[in-house]
Design a protein around this ligand. Structure first.
Ligand SMILES: C[S@@+](CC[C@H](N)C(=O)[O-])C[C@H]1O[C@@H](n2cnc3c(N)ncnc32)[C@H](O)[C@@H]1O
Length: 368
């Protein structure tokens, strides 16, 4: 693997991958992960977006939605303003947005570079808004966007955005998912450098139990020119994004569980396959998927999945036991015995595994 990383490309590929799995889930992150809760989130978040503008933005305004995803919010507010333009680093998100909102006048969507607004001239917009985008960005990308927002806003225009301000929470410079929290000083500097004066900061009605913090809506007015133009985004030297992988994997597993709860087995399995692609050395998704195959009376299918679990996570003791159980069920005694042998080489503190393993061995030998 190359040790130099193009972060724009990574952002594009990461969000394209997420969009291909389930764009609604990845933009709205609703706890139910279904169509109805997506729609509710769009209405509620658009209402908060509009209310917080305090009537400052007129019907003739040109509006930019930075990181628009599939147009969840821009579609809600189109028609209230002369033009709403959504930009997003992910062409897959943009494609889906265009399909979903093809019939809407005064609304268009464009893929962008992921770090600037080079497609737009200076002083082009009356309002730029951004929801659930900026906190996911690497810091240099974030700084670049702030400077760009200052450039494309008309004097007296507004930037309304969702953000996290408090005890700093950092992430790897390659991470495209983890939420970053900025302290007040960094937050003030971002705005000041962009020529923005913060007028209001309001808590959003959600409390994150891990960060122990509410996100905020910020209203910032464009009161002067940005202090500089953004510089090119630096190449990264490493590929570390462990926290991001954990988070993405966990969110996908959750989505698979939700599909299960809604009885949507093919979707659950598609998402589990994606879990494995994201984190091939984590065992849970293989096991869940193999159980699915068992429920569907497809034990050979389950066995194949367990085989790749054993290949990719050879120290997962339950993986060998499951392989033995599935192999026994389809009469592959040699495979079952091999799996038990492998299990025996692992130190498993779980007595249930040992007991079940011994029971299978007895049956393989023809005993009870
Ligand atoms: C959590 S979603 C929110 C989408 C949308 N704002 C909404 O509220 O429905 C984050 C979005 O930001 C986009 N995004 C991530 N990094 C970006 C970047 N560097 N430039 C532009 N868009 C980006 C993603 O593709 C994704 O659509």
């Amino acid at each position: 693997m190359s040790d130099s990383m193009d972060i724009q490309r990574k952002m594009r590929e990461d969000w394209d991958r997420r969009a291909r799995v389930d764009p609604r889930y990845w933009v709205a992150a609703t706890t139910e992960a279904d169509e109805a809760s997506y729609e509710l989130s769009a209405e509620a978040d658009a209402a908060a977006l509009l209310d917080g503008l305090r009537g400052r933005i007129g019907a003739q305004a040109r509006v930019l939605d930075l990181g628009c995803g599939i147009g969840r919010l821009s579609a809600q507010i189109a028609g209230r303003f002369a033009m709403v333009v959504g930009v997003d680093v992910s062409p897959a998100m943009i494609e889906a947005a265009r399909v979903m909102h093809a019939d809407r006048a005064g609304l268009r969507f464009e893929a962008n570079s992921g770090s600037d607004l080079a497609d737009f001239p200076d002083a082009d917009f009356d309002l730029v808004f951004s929801y659930s985008v900026l906190p996911h960005l690497p810091k240099d990308v974030l700084e670049s966007y702030f400077l760009e927002v200052g450039r494309v806003l008309k004097p007296g225009g507004w930037f309304r955005y969702q953000f996290w301000v408090g005890e700093p929470h950092e992430a790897s410079e390659n991470d495209t998912l983890t939420i970053r929290v900025y302290d007040r000083e960094a937050f003030d500097r971002l705005n000041a450098d962009a020529g923005l004066t913060v007028r209001e900061v309001e808590n959003i009605d959600y409390f994150d139990p891990v960060l122990k913090l509410h996100p905020v809506w910020v209203n910032a007015e464009r009161t002067s020119a940005p202090v500089r133009r953004p510089t090119a985004i630096a190449q990264r030297s490493g590929s570390d994004a462990g926290e991001e992988q954990e988070l993405e994997y966990g969110l996908l597993l959750y989505l698979a569980v939700k599909h299960d709860e809604h009885g949507n087995v093919p979707e659950a399995e598609r998402v589990l396959e994606q879990c494995i692609a994201v984190a091939p050395t984590r065992p849970e998704a293989y096991i869940q998927w193999a159980r699915h195959r068992l429920d569907m009376d497809d034990v050979p299918g389950g066995l194949k999945i367990l085989e790749s679990l054993n290949d990719n996570v050879p120290d997962c003791a339950p993986g060998w036991l499951y392989r033995a159980q599935f192999a026994e069920a389809v009469g592959e005694k040699a495979v079952a015995a091999m799996a038990l042998d492998r299990l025996a080489t692992l130190r498993s503190p779980d007595p249930n595994l040992r007991r079940e393993s011994q029971a299978i061995r007895r049956r393989l030998r023809g005993g009870r």
